[in-house]
Design a protein around this ligand. Structure first.
Ligand code: NDP
Length: 444
């Protein structure tokens, strides 16, 4: 059995029931096969892959809080500190009922390579809870966040582990978490990113993942002789990533015609009016259905099905495994030629293989959504220097980073004879830097 197959079998055996983690490990290891086979003896002796697939540490804890009826509620809280070879752990916190240890391990594992790709000195981690912020009052969200941070604060710090937002964690939650951290530790430090602008946040962080996604998409199109202007785009989700991907795509001359949430999707033949979406999602915390009540040219459809909307470019920006093989085939049949992932692992393995085999341009989340964490690292730099850079400065750095990520993925794919396969390219480029650091630091 090859080293890669051996490790994958062990991961499945030793991490039962963690399907998303198995899936992420398989995708990464399969695309690293060429590199690993070429270095097998050295890596085996150092148990490099065994160490790479095992988180350095998982912290799991109880989160008790009191709801508005005076009832005590208990949630599960986690932080997966996956790999600190190239810097302090960095990665978001997710609040969603589906959260479990396996999902956070998949996200933490992906984060290691993503963070490496950014070229910045950040290791990989991820955390969160099965708490559902939907339908909760501000007071309930605060009570949960304060209890969660009371435990988490023991394990994080500006030079140790720096969490950020993810699904269900936006400016409101980061504010509550930061306030409690400061109260407990007495430290005013860059321990969380995505902070408000008046207390250490960075300009562009809110927009960063969505903008970064469109910057790398634009670069991929240009390098393949195509352009974004004038193209029809379908984007799933209507949260942070989807909203700012829509904004940047529109600024660059594309027409975004569909958005979704977990209940259904809207199609607007005239192009999405983003101010209406922002009012519904960012101000009222409402449902995407309400868009069709407000805009005459829009139609709302309940349930899944967004990938049946005809488009040139698809940007999945909601959640893992939201786009399967049938969806991928429907996209291709309707003329879609490019896909870039704003979410983490939104395409199933079969869908990803179909995109690559059918010659579509495909940029995986690990590279495509790295703009968020990259800008978080820029926020950390500004906090350390006690400085605030301008919007233009941060935006220019973000764009530069995304163009560089494309170049690294493109170059690695070419070096290993799989030109145009940005899945392999991104995994190889991210892996090389982490391996170098792990080898240099000995058996830790
Ligand atoms: P938000 O919570 O702001 O938005 C998530 C969106 O996806 C919502 O529209 C939500 O709909 C939808 N969604 C969530 N879960 C499901 C589900 N199970 N089925 C269908 N739709 C769902 O999160 P973000 O925009 O921040 O994150 C979206 C994705 O991008 C995630 O995969 C995240 O890991 C990834 N990402 C985010 C980064 C960031 O900076 N925020 C950075 C890098 C990656 P509903 O409201 O109905 O739940």
């Amino acid at each position: 059995m090859s080293y890669v197959d051996e490790i994958y079998a062990k991961v499945v055996e030793q991490n039962p029931g963690e399907a998303e983690f198995h899936q992420a490990v398989k995708e990464v290891l399969d695309s690293l096969k060429l590199v690993i086979d070429a270095n097998e003896e050295k890596y085996r002796k150092m148990a490099l892959l065994e160490r790479m697939v095992e988180p350095e540490r998982i912290i799991s804890f109880r989160v008790p809080w009191v709801d508005d009826n005076g009832q005590v509620q208990v949630n599960k809280g986690y932080r997966v500190q996956f790999n600190s070879a190239i810097g302090p752990y960095k990665g978001g916190l997710r609040l969603h009922p589906s959260v479990n240890q396996g999902i956070l391990k998949f996200l933490g594992f992906e984060q290691v390579f993503k963070n490496s790709l950014t070229g910045l000195p950040i290791g990989g981690g991820k955390g969160g809870s099965n708490f559902d912020p939907k339908g909760k009052s501000d007071r309930e969200v605060m009570a949960f966040c304060q209890s969660f941070m009371t435990e988490l604060s023991k394990y994080i710090g500006a030079d140790q582990d720096v969490p950020a937002g993810d699904i269900g964690v936006g400016a409101r939650e980061i504010g509550f978490l930061y306030g409690q951290y400061k109260r407990l530790t007495g430290l005013y430090e860059g321990v969380l990113t995505g902070k408000g602008l008046n207390y250490g946040g960075s300009l562009v962080r809110t927009q960063a993942t969505g903008y970064g996604l469109v910057y790398i998409l634009d670069e991929m199109l240009k390098k393949n002789g195509k352009e974004l202007a004038g193209k029809t785009v379908v984007i799933s989700g209507s949260g942070n990533v989807a909203i700012y991907a829509t904004e940047k795509a529109q600024q660059l001359g594309a027409k975004v015609v569909a958005l979704s949430d977990s209940n259904g999707y809207i199609y607007d033949k005239d192009g999405i009016k983003l101010d209406v979406v922002k009012e519904i999602k960012e101000v009222r915390r409402g449902r995407i259905k309400e868009y069709a009540d407000a805009v005459a040219s829009a139609v709302y459809t309940e349930g899944k099905g967004i990938w049946n909307v005809a488009c040139d470019i698809a940007l999945p920006c909601a959640t893992q495994n939201e786009l399967n093989l049938d969806d991928a085939k429907a996209l291709k049949a309707n003329g879609c030629f490019a896909v870039a992932e704003g979410a983490n692992m939104p395409s199933t393995r079969e869908a990803t293989d179909f995109f690559l085999e059918s010659g579509m341009l495909f940029m995986p989340g690990k590279a495509a959504n790295a703009g968020g964490v990259a800008t978080s690292a820029l926020e950390m730099s500004q906090n350390s220097q006690r400085l605030s850079w301008t919007f233009e400065e941060v935006d220019a750095k973000l764009k530069d980073i995304m163009v560089n990520i494309f170049a690294k993925a493109d170059d690695a794919a070419k070096r290993y004879g799989v030109a145009g396969n940005y899945v392999a390219g991104a995994n190889i480029a991210g892996f090389e830097k982490v391996v170098d650091a792990m080898m240099a630091q000995g058996i830790v």
